[in-house]
Write a protein that binds this ligand. Structure first.
Ligand code: SF4
Length: 480
């Protein structure tokens, strides 16, 4: 009898990507995805960045203990960044956990589960450096129309608030040919959109000595038949070069969207974050992008309340936000991450001050986002219809999709039988603060193979003979 599994994913797109590999590995080892009830195997793919990451993991494990006691043979596995960091501590605090594996040995999951079952003993196996590139592992993809393709893992930067380099190691780059064959295989399966993933995509190629590799990769994606949309996350301002902007502007299927973390607008704070760029450099990149891609939607990540941040520093952040006119921003209140240099910096900013500044930043960005969305009223946009995002809204019967610039659009399908994965054109009727609305008639509807896949009751297999689909997470909000 095949055993069932479920994967719970926390954190960034890289974790979403890795979870697709964990699911793919389990399915190619004979497990089936649990559709209801308690799974025989629960895998928790953890994040170490988000607030209270540890509290959420141990809370989860606490809830699972009685479930496991009532379900003989059930196994619990913990992977991801917090597993890489906490290691055997997880089994010490939750001895009902069967397997702990890290970010560098995702491939070991099925073997560790078998070994734990055979030896009736918890297995903790953490590799210090990458053993197998996760993207070479079988994947059970969440979507039939969009796919994550990782181009590198790890990061060579040392931002003082970030734990990623110590958990995912220094940057390892995949060979361009390997990436392109994965992109071509996806497009051949009907996938219309790929997102190139890396902690710092635009330093791609540093490992094999080609600083122009990322721009070349974007251009190569432009030649993949059937691939309509290319996105990437996350770039780092320090390594953002003009050849990448030119490749974005000159490659038709590269979407006019850029998520580029600012983190702070104060040069003093950027220096103490060890971000290796200053606000003027950041704004000059924005200007260069807008000169080549006037309709590009630019989004960002900002941390408020970094240790030592003064009112003057914070005002510098507000000034950069006002100048940059971001389409939207992922905003975070700084909280010390155990194991990062910034956690032990003096002058930690009081929570009330951080909260007050955070509200001011959110209010300013909301105003800017809303004005930018209102400016799109009347514009005709092409949407890739999404599954799961903004579900069929029972009150309005709207469906949802993503425009080429990444914006979320809720639209009225009328009587047309529109499926996730199809492509439609609509006219924007109203720009809301965080999304757009199109209640007029659908101007065009293109049925796609990805849409057909969503229509078929029998799940299609991916290139690796594995069933697929659901909805991918939006770009941004990662760590870079
Ligand atoms: S914030 Fe991003 S660029 Fe900086 S160390 Fe972390 S992953 Fe690397």
């Amino acid at each position: 009898m095949s055993r069932s599994y479920t994967v719970r994913t926390y954190g960034c797109q890289m974790n979403v990507h890795d979870s697709e590999r964990m699911a793919g590995l389990l399915e190619s080892s004979g497990y089936t995805r649990a559709v209801s009830g308690d799974a025989d195997v629960v895998v928790i793919n953890t994040c170490a960045v988000r607030e209270n990451a540890a509290g959420r993991l141990y809370g989860n494990l606490g809830h699972l203990r009685p479930v496991k006691e009532a379900h003989p043979g059930m196994q619990i596995a913990v992977g991801g960044c917090l597993a890489q960091k906490d290691r055997a501590e997880i089994v010490r605090r939750a001895p009902w956990v069967d397997v702990v594996f890290g970010t560098h040995n995702v491939h070991a999951l099925p073997v560790l589960l078998e070994r734990a079952r055979h030896n009736a003993q918890a297995q903790v196996e953490i590799a210090e450096s990458l053993e197998v590139f996760p993207s070479t592992l079988p994947a059970r993809r969440e979507s039939a129309y969009a796919g994550w393709v990782s181009i590198s893992v790890g990061c060579n930067n040392t931002c003082t608030f970030c734990i990623v380099p110590s958990l995912r190691g220094t940057e390892k780059d995949r060979r361009p040919g390997e990436i392109l064959s994965e992109v071509q295989a996806l497009a051949a399966e009907g996938v219309l959109e790929v997102t190139l993933l890396g902690q710092n995509v635009n330093s791609y190629g540093v490992e094999f000595g080609d600083r122009g590799a990322f721009a070349k990769l974007l251009r190569s994606c432009g030649e993949v038949p059937g691939l309509e949309r290319v996105r990437f996350t996350s770039p780092h301002p320090r390594d953002f070069t003009s050849d990448v902007i030119a490749a974005m502007a000159e490659t038709p299927n590269v979407c006019p969207q850029l998520h580029m973390p600012l983190q702070s607008g104060s040069d003093d704070v950027l220096r103490r974050m060890r971000r290796s760029y200053r606000s003027s450099r950041y704004l000059s990149i924005i200007d260069e992008v807008r000169a080549s891609l006037p309709d590009a939607a630019i989004t960002t990540d900002i941390i408020v309340g970094f240790p030592g941040e003064t009112e003057e520093d914070f005002r510098a952040t507000l000034d950069v936000v006002a100048a940059a006119r971001f389409a939207s921003a992922f905003t975070f209140q700084y909280s010390p991450r155990p194991g990062t240099p910034a956690a032990s910096l003096p002058d930690q900013v009081p929570k009330a001050v951080v909260q007050e500044r955070y509200m001011r930043l959110v209010a300013l960005q909301e105003e800017i986002s809303w004005a930018a969305n209102r400016a799109l009223e009347g514009r005709v946009v092409e949407l890739l219809v999404a599954a799961g995002e903004g579900k069929k809204d029972s009150a309005t019967h709207r469906l949802s999709g993503r425009a080429r610039d990444g914006r979320l659009v809720h639209f009225a399908p009328g009587d047309a039988r529109i499926r996730p994965g199809d492509v439609v054109e609509v006219a924007i009727g109203y720009g809301a603060p965080h999304h757009l609305v199109a209640d007029g008639p659908v101007l065009s509807h293109r049925r796609t193979r990805a849409g057909d896949l969503h229509d078929t009751p029998v799940r299609p297999t991916t290139g690796l003979g594995l069933p697929s689909f659901g909805a991918p997470a939006p770009v941004g909000g990662g760590c870079s």
